[in-house]
Design a protein around this ligand. Structure first.
Ligand SMILES: Cc1ncc(COP(=O)(O)O)c(C=O)c1O
Length: 439
């Protein structure tokens, strides 16, 4: 039973605290009183250091599209490991994964690999700045795009500093150079007219606009078609680039969010799923932009792109295996599981009569412990302030699920894998209903 001071996880955390600040290397996986240490996994299940088995409903925040240790992915990794771990040369696996990604995404004619989504986003910014010769990037307030300085602006700004909704302030993230805010323009999600005005005011300096079409802080609610259309129109008008951050939203459609929304960005940042469970990121986009800034053949490229482990053969082999299996049939089955989960959770919320909202798309679902679904980051902050118990309720549901054998993302995130079955979904819904009844 979690938590227990007698557990091996508690003992491991004690050791971890001595050698790592807060005991870990990734804030997302810490939760009080101590995180549970994993030992092994198979399919949809993970076993912890105390031998407890749980269903995995977060799948390493999306990267494990086929769950754990899929035999075909493991086989690809083992076979690759036997031949070549890493090398200062390109490999056929890199070419193959690039072909798959370019075939799949309408906005990606060429691609380059990195080791994380953070780097994919960072190189999208560099490509936009290198191609346009301009400095400013626009982003949506509250949207998370990884840890790059530009991306870290106004992810969770303090309301005392965020300025008016008509002209949001650009608030640097902790540890970023303060002057980064001069080059970042902040927009409010789905506010078409204010955003249009802001983009026009900065048009001459604007290199690009980045959008996560399905932001997790709003419960995986897609950007409105009007907002996306306006961004497409205004970037083209300004001679700036539209960048989709599809590190997460790639799961939204068989051809990513861009396929689902029918809007083609100039650049796309990728990560997670395309690496088959190993570390990956990528930046892709229009051929003229990609070759214009990254092609080394004419001499010194406009944007340098090194990286000891870029396109490492292990990740490429895992990514090829995972992507080949994530075909349209697999995508549709996974989305149907997502729909079953959302329907079940909505019923659970209504039976338990708790103030909560279920949102999401395809294989991503969010159980938000507030009755009114937020439209923007500011709405979300206002709702959380008006419902001081919301955080406690989320924490309680998360911990009850852990104790009953289901792992979700702590704020209430369910991200599915093809290893899950309808019975697993129904089990998670039943356990969530019991948890909601108890809070
Ligand atoms: C939308 C989005 N962009 C970028 C990133 C950063 O990716 P990574 O964690 O691989 O650096 C994430 C990670 O969760 C993300 O959700």
């Amino acid at each position: 039973m979690y938590p227990s001071n007698e557990s091996r996880s508690a003992a491991l955390y004690e050791r971890a605290l001595r050698v790592m600040p807060g005991g870990n290397s990734r804030h997302t996986v810490y939760f009080p009183p101590y995180p549970i240490y994993a030992v092994r996994a198979e399919g949809a299940r993970v076993w912890d250091a105390d031998g407890v088995e749980r269903l995995d409903f977060i799948n390493n925040y999306s990267s494990l599209i086929h769950g754990h240790n899929h035999p075909r992915i493991v086989e690809a990794i083992i076979s690759q490991a036997g031949r070549l771990l890493s090398v200062a040369m390109p490999t056929e696996e890199e070419v193959r994964l690039a072909e798959i990604v370019c075939d799949r995404l309408p906005g990606v004619e060429q691609v380059r690999f990195t080791n994380s989504g953070t780097e994919g986003v960072m190189f999208a910014f560099k490509a936009a700045r290198g191609f346009t010769g301009r400095s400013k990037i626009a982003k949506v307030e509250g949207a998370y795009h990884g840890s790059d300085d530009t991306a870290s602006v106004s992810v969770a700004p303090d309301p005392r500093r965020w300025g008016s909704a008509q002209a949001p302030a650009s608030v640097p993230g902790g540890g970023s150079a303060p002057h980064v805010s001069e080059d970042v323009v902040v927009l409010i999600m789905n506010d078409v007219e204010a955003s249009r005005r802001i983009l026009r005011a900065h048009a001459e300096d604007l290199a690009g606009v980045i959008l996560d079409p399905l932001p997790s802080h709003l419960g995986y609610e897609a950007a409105t078609p009007d907002f996306v259309a306006m961004l497409r129109e205004e970037t083209s008008r300004a001679g700036a680039l539209l960048i989709f951050d599809e590190v997460y939203s790639f799961r939204m459609g068989f051809k990513g969010a861009q396929g689902a929304l029918g809007v083609t960005p100039d650049l796309t940042a990728l990560g997670k799923v395309i690496g088959g469970g190993l570390p990956i990121g990528a930046v892709g986009g229009r051929e003229d932009i990609m070759s214009g800034v990254f092609d080394p053949r004419p001499g010194r490229p406009r944007v340098g792109h090194g990286g000891t482990f870029n396109a490492n053969p292990m990740t490429m082999a895992a990514g090829v295996a995972a992507m080949e299996m994530f075909d349209e049939t697999a995508f549709n089955r996974l989305s149907a599981l997502g729909e079953r989960l959302r329907t079940g959770l909505r019923e659970a919320v209504s039976i338990a009569r708790v103030p909560a909202t279920v949102r999401g798309a395809a294989s991503m679902t969010s159980l938000m412990h507030i009755a009114d679904p937020p439209a923007t980051y500011r709405d979300l902050v206002a709702s959380m302030q008006a419902n001081p118990k919301a955080r406690e309720r989320a924490q309680s549901v998360f911990q009850q699920l852990l104790s009953r054998g289901v792992i979700i993302g702590a704020p209430g995130l369910f991200v599915l894998s093809t290893a899950l079955t309808e019975a697993d979904i129904d089990k998670a819904v039943d356990i969530t209903l019991e948890a909601l009844r108890r809070i």
